[in-house]
Design a protein around this ligand. Structure first.
Ligand code: 26V
Length: 800
């Protein structure tokens, strides 16, 4: 490796290695690795073609893949020798890897899940690929100015992106707007022709997805929007030229930026254009590939292809596939429908009503006239089917119709047009079946199924926590790397003090590294022996960062009352981006920053607590925080968090969960046992009951709980703000809006559970034992398990 790097630098940059910059070494390494990857990439594609295997396509508006160099080195089995080589050459591997921009092509859980799934597909040797959008700007970069979030554009492509390959020759054309002409053919069937459409080219950029030491390279194909070539240059005078530039710009906008709203639907035309752009390009390519690889009729598509749509964002795949089958391939409605609804499978990721996508029907009719006609027909036939064949559901047609109130309900379309509908954790799927989608479940019970989320243990343990990984391998052998369930063997060592000691040592080291990073970035010194209490996730009311802040303020008040309070020092660590238009979330960001300033610089506190809010939380930062966490805060209002995946990442690194009975927390509790997790608060049933029957009054708690009243008065009285109105919206949301996420209701139980946490922490061996027990059970939450379930129960695909 040393020689290879030296040679690359000499040949491509014309420098001696001693003079090379970090960025140049990074470029050299990616170039070396790409040569290796390309060989296996071609072989993998050839193999898939040869054996004519069934393929799964994961279509998603978001892929949050994180940095790739270190991961690809690991998966290619070259990480150790590369690290050694870099050190010998006088470079710091960590610095070299950090030269890569982190592609922020996702908002949060949904996008990161897609990335974990691609890693598992390749590592388990499944023929599975991703389709997404190559946004020119990823999720905004977050900065704090006077405690406020400000957003900067994320121009991640500035220095080029080493892992993508542009495939201009595989571009496809997407049509928007225009009019549809209908003709009657001689055989009596209808024919459709489109006229005056606006054409946009979708250019693919392929990224290799490297399997773990198995020579499999799958593909993530990201589409970029460009004007048609001949349309670009056909202007001869200046006026047209400018017109042309405007035209070009508006087309490139389609893959211009990622919408930064997480779970908050807004009916923006550009977003609809993005969705259709992704779907049309991907489906066209899937069909092209099918024809290239098989000599079968498209009637057999479902034997060779399955398309998993990641939430409803790509649900136009259903009418788009229908359109191509009927208008381009000549199938009649019934056959086209039969094919489509055996190929498409849908995953739901949220039950929050504000995240449910419904498009104004006029908007779709304008932008996608032929697609609108097809949706209309799907709706007609579906409603008729209920009317004639499902009498008991007749009265529910208004709640089931795909087109209702002049809007198109995308989740309904997705359920009706697919053969599988899954939720992402047991409780979430049950809520879908029994509440949100209950009539659909009555009609299509065989479609509904659960696939509890998972995370790739290769990135989230092996890569981010190498020392813990070595320790685990030393004691139970390396089997767990290929079979993460083997982590269960660690249970034999939960009372082995010498092992626990070593585990503790690794944790302390990780905490020290994070402390260093915190110092570099914020100038604040934190005690690495304090409890690292971590809440990292998008900022949303239902995730209840506010509950956590209220507790911090409460501890602060207690210390002010009694400066000699006996407590274990704590460092509260936050990472969270708020959607730019989410006012209340931004107020919470400001509050956390205010509390941080107040707490961190108050001499009375004497370092008992520190509050650290790290800017710009993203995959790379998560990789630094997670190995150092002692406590994992998973405190959503029960019933609201579909699954959560940060909870899994932290347990895998030995953090203990403080959580509500929500999402996958419940399944974590099931495997680790009640004694190895800290559960508190309202249950989902109680929450739903309160929503349906009221009976909760936040004001009552304000009047009866002195601690709560003090905190709210501090908020309102300007004690935290520079002026009284600074946090008024939080205050009014809690008191006048009756605290819609039950922050006050769960306050006391939250305080109490943390008393138990502190007690447990005081007993060092018990704590370490609990930590190791969590790691031992975390194998269940490897995305390898999730992918095996998708593969055998939904996709019916085989390992190659
Ligand atoms: C929705 C929207 C609405 C329109 C604007 C842009 C946008 C972007 C993303 C979303 C998706 C929100 C759904 C989501 O991310 N759900 C999360 O999915 C995770 C993976 O299944 C799961 O662990 C989290 O609990 C769930 O909140």
């Amino acid at each position: 490796m040393i020689e290879k790097i030296k040679q690359k630098i000499r040949m491509e940059i014309g420098k001696d290695i001693k003079a090379a910059l970090n960025r140049e070494v990074y470029d050299a390494l990616t170039s070396i690795l790409n040569e290796e990857i390309n060989i296996h990439w071609e072989k993998t594609n050839k193999k898939y073609k040869e054996i004519e295997s069934k393929q799964v396509y994961y279509v998603s508006m978001e892929f949050l893949i994180g940095r790739l160099l270190e991961n690809n080195l690991l998966n290619c089995g070259l990480l150790d020798i590369t690290n050694e080589a870099l050190i010998k050459l006088g470079f710091n591997p960590e610095v070299i890897y950090s030269m890569e921009r982190d592609p922020g092509l996702g908002n949060g859980g949904l996008g990161r899940l897609a990335a974990c799934f691609l890693d598992s597909l390749a590592s388990l040797q499944y023929p599975g690929h991703g389709y997404g959008i190559r946004y020119r700007y990823g999720l905004f970069e977050q900065r704090f100015v006077h405690g406020n979030q400000i957003e900067l554009p994320d121009y991640w492509l500035n220095d080029g992106y080493a892992w993508e390959v542009r495939k201009a020759e595989e571009a496809v054309c997407i049509h928007f707007n225009g009019i549809v002409h209908m003709f009657k053919k001689n055989d009596g069937n209808l024919e459709f022709k489109y006229e005056n459409t606006d054409k946009v080219m979708a250019i693919p950029y392929d990224i290799p997805i490297v399997g773990y030491q198995n020579n499999v390279i799958n593909t993530l194909r990201l589409w970029s929007a460009e004007p048609l070539l001949h349309e670009k240059n056909d202007s001869s005078n200046e006026v047209n030229h400018y017109h042309d530039l405007g035209h070009q710009h508006s087309i490139e906008q389609i893959s211009g930026f990622l919408y930064p709203d997480d779970s908050n639907y807004e009916g923006k035309l550009l977003r609809l254009q993005q969705q259709y752009f992704l779907v049309s390009a991907s489906i066209q390519h899937i069909i092209l590939n099918f024809k290239r690889n098989h000599s079968l009729s498209l009637f057999h598509l479902s034997e060779k292809v399955v398309i998993q749509i990641n939430d409803t964002h790509p649900s136009l795949a259903i009418p788009e596939l229908m359109r191509i089958l009927m208008d381009d391939e000549g199938f009649g409605w019934e056959k086209a429908w039969d094919i489509t609804s055996r190929v498409i499978a849908y995953t739901n990721h949220t039950t929050l009503s504000e995240a449910l996508e419904t498009w104004p029907k006029e908007m779709i009719r304008q932008l996608l006239p032929r697609i609108y006609m097809i949706i209309d027909e799907i709706n007609e036939r579906f409603c008729k089917n209920i009317w004639y064949n499902h009498h008991h559901l007749r009265e529910h047609i208004p709640k089931m119709a795909i087109i209702a109130d002049d809007r198109i309900h995308m989740a309904r379309l997705a359920i009706v047009g697919s053969f599988s509908v899954n939720g992402v954790a047991r409780i979430h799927t049950e809520i879908l079946k029994n509440k949100e989608m209950k009539y659909f479940n009555v009609m299509f019970p065989e479609r509904f199924n659960n696939k509890t989320n998972g995370i790739t243990h290769r990135r989230w343990l092996l890569k981010v926590n190498p020392e813990l990984s070595h320790l685990i391998t030393d004691i139970i052998g390396p089997e767990w790397i290929r079979r993460p369930k083997q982590l269960i063997s660690l249970l034999k060592y939960t009372k082995d003090h010498s092992f626990l000691e070593k585990f503790d040592h690794v944790k302390q080291k990780n905490k020290q590294s994070l402390a260093n990073l915190i110092h570099e970035r914020t100038g604040i010194i934190v005690d690495h022996q304090s409890i690292f209490d971590v809440q990292i996730k998008r900022l949303h009311e239902y995730k209840r960062q506010l509950l956590n802040v209220f507790r911090i303020i409460n501890v602060y008040n207690e210390i002010k009352n009694n400066p000699n309070l006996d407590m274990i020092p704590r460092t509260f660590i936050f990472g969270a981006k708020a959607a730019p238009s989410y006012h209340l979330a931004k107020e919470v960001i400001k509050l956390i920053n205010k509390v941080a300033t107040m707490v961190n610089y108050d001499p009375d506190i004497r370092g008992k607590i520190k509050v650290i809010f790290l800017e710009n939380y993203n995959v790379s930062l998560a990789e630094k925080i997670i190995p150092a966490a002692d406590i994992s805060e998973q405190i959503s209002t029960a019933s609201k968090e579909a699954s959560g995946t940060g909870n899994m990442k932290m347990m895998m690194n030995g953090a203990l969960t403080v959580g509500t009975l929500d999402g996958a927390n419940i399944e974590i509790k099931d495997v680790v046992g009640d004694q190895n997790i800290f559960i508190f608060g309202l249950s989902a049933e109680e929450v739903i009951h309160f929503y349906q029957n009221s009976g909760y009054n936040s004001i009552d708690i304000y009047h009866t709980d002195d601690r709560v009243r003090r905190i709210l008065d501090q908020l309102h009285g300007g004690e935290f703000g520079t002026h009284e109105i600074e946090f008024k919206d939080i205050y009014y949301n809690i008191l006048s809006n009756n605290d819609p996420y039950f922050v006050l209701k769960d306050f006391e139980p939250f305080i109490e559970i943390h008393e138990l946490v502190e007690q447990a922490y005081r007993d060092r061996w018990t704590w370490l034992q609990m930590s190791v027990t969590n790691i031992a059970h975390s194998g269940k939450f490897s995305s390898d398990r999730t992918i095996q379930e998708y593969a055998s129960e939904i996709w019916k695909i085989k390992q190659v």
